[in-house]
Write a protein of this length. Sequence first.
Length: 483
Amino acid sequence: MPLVVALAGRLHFLACCLLLSLATLPALAQLDPQTKQLSRDIFQQLIEINTTDSVGSTTIAANAMAKRLLDAGFPKQDVVVLGPNDRKGNMVARIHGTGAAKPILFIGHLDVVEALRSDWTTDPFKFVEKDGYFYGRGTQDMKVSDAILVTTFIRLKKSGFKPDRDLILALTADEEGGKSNGVDWLLKNHRDLINAAFVLNADSGGVDLENGKPVTFNVEATEKLYGDYQLTATNPGGHSSLPGPDNAIYHIADALARLQAYTFPFALNPVTRAYFSRMSELESGQTAADMKGILKTPPSLLALKHLSLIPKYNATMRTTCVATRLSGGHANNALPQTAAANVNCRILPSYSREEIRQQLIQIVHDPKVSIRYVNDNGEVRDTAPTAKGVPPTDLKPEVMQPLTKVVAEMWPGVPVVPVMETGASDGKYTSEAGLPTYGINGIAIDISDVRAHGKDERVGVDSYYRGVEFYDRYIKMLSGGKQ
């Protein structure tokens, strides 16, 4: 009997702890069953359409989403699918507003990176729900947000919502390294379809979780430049039985070793300075002290050393360049005539790609290693573009005030933090075109479970449905419309 009483007491204690823990979390969004099923069906449909560059088609996905919108009552003239070729289609849809303000453009790419079935626990192109997660290629990057945006546009249309401005949705091709980028193509060929006061890019931002607890809501207001560089060494070659010190492979190996040992200069811009300032209040101990230290004038060298050991912070403070591919030689019994490496750089917006190419030449310091730029089409050029990145986007009150209100409703106490995208997104095209661009979405992912581009990509089921609710609330508040 005492054992039973003890167990009962222990279970009661655990239940109380669980209820207390749940009470500290914001209540889950209560989607009606029809919306929940609709959003799940759209998500599944997108995941199961292969949109990889090698064998897939964004046109199929674009047409599928266009049909969804047409079936929901969108007029034919307000939903178009167009692109440079049969496989690289883009969908553009519009909800007409009163015209009291200029339009808002929402962008999301339909393509995904390659995925091998042999690498995955599940089929990457099958939508699988298990253990509280949705699995499939694109569940994080970024069909998850595409599905949310399509669901939201359908909900707005069916409810009779009348915004104070046009709402434009563009689902596009080739963000993930293809040669027919949809945002770039639309801006150059059909700018009238997507011209807007500002752009919301659902491929950036989002909610960071730590062990399941929301800690920040991130808004991307600037991003790095993407740059690939080809390092090449050549040699007459010869028989491997008569080696000499001049070897193409050794030249490339030495060049990469020098690059590995090099650290690019520390630099902050208004967005990254605000980021570290805000994060220093959220972190604790040495990390918080180090963040405060790098904000000093001059910055603390010891604090810089500490934060540079953390990849996320290191990439936020400086340009990074890393070897990503390597090749060399033509036969096992011959001296190599050619050796080459690809170096991928993520460049702070205050530098140009050509400036970084010149820096690489100085770092490598070997006249027998040529360093050339590889453009988005895979063409190798002797020089790189000289344009610097676009300055950080101003955090406009018309964007930030409604966002802050919605975040406070859905994630109470979670701060809105401006961030710099350390990778790259289609926001670079809209920003360069003069359209202020903000990376915003409501998907929450644990910082220890980022699987974009990786195996067994997944997103939490509850996180997805909360993201559906977020965009519905935010767009309604953002566009000041009525039902």
